[in-house]
Design a protein around this ligand. Sequence first.
Ligand SMILES: Cc1cc2nc3c(=O)[nH]c(=O)nc-3n(C[C@H](O)[C@H](O)[C@H](O)COP(=O)(O)OP(=O)(O)OC[C@H]3O[C@@H](n4cnc5c(N)ncnc54)[C@H](O)[C@@H]3O)c2cc1C
Length: 319
Amino acid sequence: MSVLVYTESEQGKFKKTALEVASYAKAVAEQMGTTVTAITFNADDTSVLGNHGVDKVLKVTSSELEKFNANGYASAISQAAKKEGSKVVILSSSADSKYLAPLLAINLDAGFASNVVEAPSNVSPFTVKRTAFTNKAFNMTTIDTDVKLVGVSKNAYGVKENAASATAEDFSPNIPELGVHVDSVDKVTGQVTIADAEIVVSAGRGLKGPENWGMIEELAEVLGAATACSKPVSDLGWRPHGEHVGQTGKPVAANLYIAVGISGAIQHLAGINASKVKVVINTDPEAPFFKAADYGIVGDAFEVVPKLIEKLKEFKAQQ
Ligand SMILES: Cc1cc2nc3c(=O)[nH]c(=O)nc-3n(C[C@H](O)[C@H](O)[C@H](O)COP(=O)(O)OP(=O)(O)OC[C@H]3O[C@@H](n4cnc5c(N)ncnc54)[C@H](O)[C@@H]3O)c2cc1C
């Protein structure tokens, strides 16, 4: 009857979100008086999961599931949930998990709550706090199906140490005929992606043109950050569309989001609400972004950003 958690990995290594959902699963299991089982796909060393509250790991090793496949993964996770008698199944809020959730909900006849930000306030009835309206509001949701499916928002619960040793067991689910095959995935290397970044440096039309992005890239490099942009910037072809943040772009749940020359239109803010600390650099003190900012610098990006880079380099050199 353990709580089942799907822990995502890439090239055998667990993502930070995997440790976050494992930590969350532990909190749920404690409330329910049960244990945590994790399911992994082609992951190498699963012992780290034990440090985050997992009691047992079901290790799926399959060349067919080497690359993410929603049907294949959903089928395997459902079989694991049934094998473990899990009444609660926990996922992250990654793009992959968003494909998985509806399939799992069907397979397990489960109610699904997405964007969950806290451990359940009650497990009977099973009640969770979720964000709504692109993080502008919260609601308390009760899932009353027998099996409950929970999608945890990135960075909301946090990674918590929970020293334990997880036992590992090979698990060979029946993989259905896969209708979709991923032949290859080409990933940009050497750069942090917006989805995984702890820090994001983002810039808007205030930068005037693509030729001025050098300082944004340099600031990102100094900070080990990903670069991002507003919609018009990618529409104008100054930056790739993969960097566009917002309602129609990508959501960012970074620890630090630095917005340079971005006005802070509601559609942009919709994508960054889940970020923790927001720093805004803008010449216009009335720019709406300042209302959403934790720290604001009223100033010209072309003066402020180079100074910031200089100071950060000095600071790093002293470390
Ligand atoms: C249906 C719909 C969906 C949308 N989805 C998105 C979305 O997902 N993401 C998104 O970003 N937008 C989206 N938009 C567009 C959004 O409404 C804004 O138009 C856009 O976010 C503005 O981009 P910007 O802030 O880069 O540019 P601008 O609005 O032109 O603002 C530029 C800012 O830079 C400042 N500035 C100028 N010069 C400097 C300088 N030298 N130094 C510092 N600051 C300077 C200005 O004061 C200004 O605040 C959407 C719009 C619609 C209608």
